[in-house]
Write a protein that binds this ligand. Structure first.
Ligand code: MN
Length: 504
């Protein structure tokens, strides 16, 4: 099923050349460029359609296409390739105006050189080797964040690099104009869930606005009883529902109320065009339960979520869901909850009070009801499951006051041991490069306790995402050392203050 609230996106393939070579070679260049675009479009590793847009040979054409890319709601990004030499001063105005992300594909139409027959005509037609260098100089001179992918356009490794970038582009495209809603404010006194929502909308493209929880209560109360019956039946089909919660069971009413929360929340999100939401257990006036099952299922449908008013994590979880869409493995809101500090290996037990997305469930989840120690509401219904073993990562978006920072830690998830007394969804993982380095690095970087946790999204996608978003990325993984990371943090502090001033 497609993620909730997605809009169509495509990538424009643009080839650069000039009129030096005459009409014959230019026709050949155009034919080649179309063939490359078609070849890429056929790759199963590329999640977005590739559309051949133009062969560009003059400053006027270039500027026109870049401005058209800006104003096209479908164009999520561009792939640029200089088949021949395209003097880069022609590109200054166009690239300066361009507001969409671009990837510079450094490829060549011919894979192999025809050593026995090569002549100067061939040499003049296949000049990306220096044409793309001329382009790269200008991209660097303009301080443009971009991805550079090198290799023949038929190479699956090249497709994988472009595919990761496209996934980042898809997440970015989804953020532009996206709306997130908060029911209530941040949890009182918590620092890391705060942030500048004006700066977020200006730099990252999404808006965050608040509704009093009473507006949600009105939607929840308006749900028709027949819809509750149908949804509860669906729960019994999909999950292992505890006998007491089943139809006819003594606590079935709590399941029906949970279904009411789901349908009310969904109606609210759909009516407002929201791509994610936050709530807080400190502000649930008029709701009988903290939404558990409801939030879990909405996350599985593609909505972003952050607990305790954490709108940055809600937006990040949404972007990660869009990036990972269609890949094996899910993405969830997560919290580093508690540690296993055995000499045999240090591990993190990740969970939340309730709200972990079943897209990361290893097996069919159980639906259970248990008391919640905080919040003072009725016992909430929740999905209980374990996340699978496998390669995964945690990502956190924080506000440093004058910029946002994306912190990423690669982890290796392991199967959780039986946890008979812990009635929440959970994951257990080991951090890379090792627990002590990773946790110290995360803490030096200021990463939050809330994260987006994913088996589908890779560090490469998030790094590409940071590049095109102009975000600082701090990557913690194999090879990370604390002294180098701490120096990077100090250097970045200076860089991000000064970088805007370099571009003149
Ligand atoms: Mn939390």
């Amino acid at each position: 099923m497609p993620l909730a609230q997605t809009s169509p996106a495509e990538i424009w393939f643009v080839c650069g050349s000039q009129h030096l070579y005459g009409p014959g070679p230019l026709r050949q260049v155009a034919t080649h460029a179309r063939a490359v675009a078609r070849g890429l479009a056929k790759s199963p590793l590329l999640p977005l359609p590739v559309v051949f847009k133009a062969l560009l040979t003059t400053p006027e054409e270039i500027t026109r296409v870049m401005v058209a890319a800006n104003s096209s709601p479908r164009c999520a990004g561009l792939i640029l390739w200089m088949h021949t030499f395209s003097p880069a001063k022609m590109w200054i105005r166009g690239l300066d105006a361009l507001q969409k992300p671009f990837l510079h594909l450094h490829t060549q139409f011919n894979r192999d050189l025809p050593w026995g027959t090569i002549d100067m005509d061939f040499m003049n037609l296949n000049q990306a080797a220096h044409g793309d260098r001329e382009a790269g100089y200008l991209h660097s001179r303009l301080r443009l964040g971009r991805k550079v992918v090198v290799g023949h356009w038929s190479d699956p490794e090249v497709h994988a690099r472009i595919g990761a970038w496209m996934r980042a582009v898809r997440g970015w495209h989804d953020w532009q104009g996206a709306r997130f809603v908060r029911f209530g404010d941040n949890m009182r006194q918590v620092a890391v869930t705060e942030g500048d929502k004006v700066a977020a909308e200006l730099k990252l493209g999404f808006s965050v606005n608040t509704h009093g929880v009473g507006d949600l209560v009105a939607r929840v109360d308006a749900v028709a009883p027949a819809a509750l019956t149908a949804l509860c039946a669906e729960y019994e089909q999909l999950y292992r529902v505890a006998p007491a919660l089943r139809r006819g069971g003594p606590r079935h009413e709590a399941l029906r109320y949970s279904a009411r929360l789901e349908l009310g929340l969904r109606a609210f999100l759909e009516a407002g065009g929201y791509k994610g939401f936050t709530d807080t257990f400190e502000d649930l006036h008029g709701l009988r339960q903290l939404p558990g099952l409801a939030t879990q299922r909405l996350m599985a449908a593609g909505y972003g979520f952050g607990g305790e008013g954490d709108w940055k994590t809600a937006a990040l979880v949404r972007a990660m869901k869009v990036m990972g869409d269609g890949l094996p493995g899910g993405t969830s809101f997560m919290e580093d909850y508690t540690y296993h500090l055995s000499p045999q290996g240090h591990q993190v037990l990740g969970a939340h009070m309730l709200e972990i997305c079943p897209s990361i469930a290893a097996d069919r989840p159980a639906v259970e009801i248990h008391p919640l120690g905080i919040g003072g509401k009725e016992d909430p219904v929740r999905l209980v499951f374990a996340a699978p073993a496998g390669e995964a990562l945690n990502a956190s978006l924080i506000d440093l006051g004058h910029r946002f920072r994306l912190v990423v830690n690669e982890v290796r998830a392991v199967p959780p041991p039986p946890l008979p007394k812990l009635p929440v969804a959970r994951a257990v993982w080991e951090c890379k490069p090792d627990f002590k380095t990773a946790c110290a690095a995360w803490i030096h970087a200021g990463g939050a306790h809330h994260t987006g946790y994913s088996y589908a999204v890779t560090t490469e996608m998030l790094d590409d995402f940071a590049t095109l978003a102009g975000l600082e990325a701090v990557l913690i993984r194999d090879g990370t050392t604390l002294p180098a990371l701490r120096q990077d943090l100090r250097t970045n502090e200076v860089y991000y203050h000064l970088a805007q001033g370099f571009r003149t």
